[in-house]
Ligand binder design. Structure first.
Ligand code: FAD
Length: 408
């Protein structure tokens, strides 16, 4: 065997799982197709992430960077502003986190794992997988020079994110329950001087006419910000111009963003991504498990992606350890079911966002008082907290609360 565990991808899920398993005494190799640092979308973390970084002993390395402090989320629509301070959440635990350029954040995590003894091979793309032989997985990689290599491992964790390596190779892909949407995004020099603007919060702004079109403004610690817009698939067909011009034009249709970005410098071409919601038929099988985005990805609106990725790593690591020590593991119950419980909570809130119910709730302060701390917990990433009533039968609860709120 080349290694105990081979991990595909050095994003947050891969590096955190690698670090946790390395600390449990296993030999870990990560194969990453790109050279780091590389751009990735997904820059606003949730406080729940901090617990997983802490458990992996990676918090000091992250804290040593000059990342933008984050303590909450602000939502704006048609002149109304509503804010959630994560420190006032229902669930105990971390109430603050960071907003991070992912190129640097992911490199910090991968370097920390490497310093602890994990082997990381960059520019090695996995192109084949064979799980026929019990107890021995075989993967095929191609490196940047075109050289093919076979790898053997006792267990494989697929943390390849949108690469979705094993779902494609093993035919595990299934459609998402959510309709396809697209996003346009860039980094800007924001030059925001507006006095009542809080850089410690992500701003989610809703288009004044189309409530299913929304924007994010994620400030970084260096005077720059991530700006993006999420749209229904096909919406851009009627718009003229470069992706950056379209993004800028759309941003200035929203009054709060128009005010904040009046002096901003749009100095970087925009990226476009579509149809990113995805699912799989199962999250684990003989010799492998899928982590983070390689499994299910819902939607960017609640910034839940990295949190789910780290939760998956934290759930999988002790199970892999158990399996490598010869004990029986119930992947279905202890991994798939456990992980999907929180994903289902996020799904209910994502659906309620796009059908407008959640937006009605957050913009109606008087109805929200009794549940604000509970909703705040979800927004802070604590979707697996079963003591929070808003994680239980949440679809019905959201509907009941929305029913007593006036329309947007
Ligand atoms: P990734 O971070 O994608 O890492 C996977 C790694 O695998 C990559 O480095 C890739 O190069 C490597 N790889 C891929 N294929 C191969 C291969 N064949 N061989 C070897 N390596 C391979 N999440 C948030 O938490 N906050 C946000 O604000 C947020 N905003 C988002 C906005 C948009 C528009 C979208 C689409 C997503 C957003 N997300 C956000 C989600 C976030 O991007 C992902 O959930 C998160 O990056 C998943 O982490 P991961 O470790 O699973 O995968």
């Amino acid at each position: 065997m080349d290694t105990d565990v081979l991990i595909i991808g050095a994003g947050p899920a891969g590096s955190v799982a690698a670090q946790m398993l390395n600390r449990l005494g296993h030999k870990i190799v990560i194969l990453e197709s790109q050279q780091f640092p590389r751009f990735s979308i997904g820059e606003s973390l949730l406080p729940q992430c901090m617990a997983f970084l802490e458990a992996a002993d990676m918090l000091d390395a992250v804290g040593a960077e000059n990342f933008q402090f984050k303590n909450g989320a602000a939502f704006s629509h048609a002149g109304k502003l509503t804010e959630f301070d994560f420190r006032q959440k229902f669930t105990p635990g971390w109430g603050t986190t960071f907003q991070v350029p992912r190129g640097r954040f992911d490199q910090v995590l991968a370097d920390t794992a490497e310093r602890s003894g994990v082997t990381v091979h960059y520019r090695h793309k996995i192109v084949g997988a064979d799980f026929q032989m019990p107890g021995q997985a075989r993967l095929t990689s191609v490196d940047a020079d075109g050289i093919t290599r076979e790898w053997t491992a006792r267990m494989v964790l697929d943390a390849s994110g949108f690469g979705r390596v094993l779902p494609r190779l093993l035919d595990l892909e299934t459609p998402s329950s959510l309709p396809a949407r697209q996003a346009l995004f860039t980094h800007i020099e924001d030059r925001i001087t507006t006095e009542n603007y809080d850089r410690d919060k992500i701003l989610i702004a809703i288009h004044p006419e189309h409530h299913h079109i929304w924007y994010w403004l994620i400030p970084f610690g260096n005077g720059r910000s991530s700006l993006g817009v999420v749209l229904p698939q096909g919406f851009l067909d009627a718009r003229q111009g470069s992706p950056l011009e379209i993004l800028r034009g759309l941003a200035f249709e929203e009054p709060r963003l128009a005010e904040l970005l009046a002096n901003s410098c749009f100095d970087t071409p925009a990226n476009q991504i579509g149809g990113y919601s995805a699912n799989v038929s199962r999250l684990a099988g003989d010799g492998f498990a899928l982590l983070g985005n390689a499994g299910e990805f819902l939607d960017p609106v609640f910034s839940s992606g990295v949190t789910i990725a780290l939760k998956s790593a934290a759930l999988a690591a002790p199970l892999v350890d158990k399996q490598l020590r010869g004990q029986t593991v119930d992947w279905q119950t202890d991994y798939e079911h456990a992980l999907r419980k929180g994903i289902e909570v996020f799904r209910a809130y994502v659906e309620a966002w796009y059908d407008g119910r959640f937006q009605r709730i957050i913009f109606e302060p008087s109805q929200l008082v009794s549940v604000k701390a509970m909703v705040c917990s979800i927004l802070a990433g604590y979707a697996w907290d079963e003591t929070n009533p808003m994680t239980q039968r949440c679809g019905k609860r959201i509907a009941a609360i929305a029913d007593i709120c006036p329309p947007l």
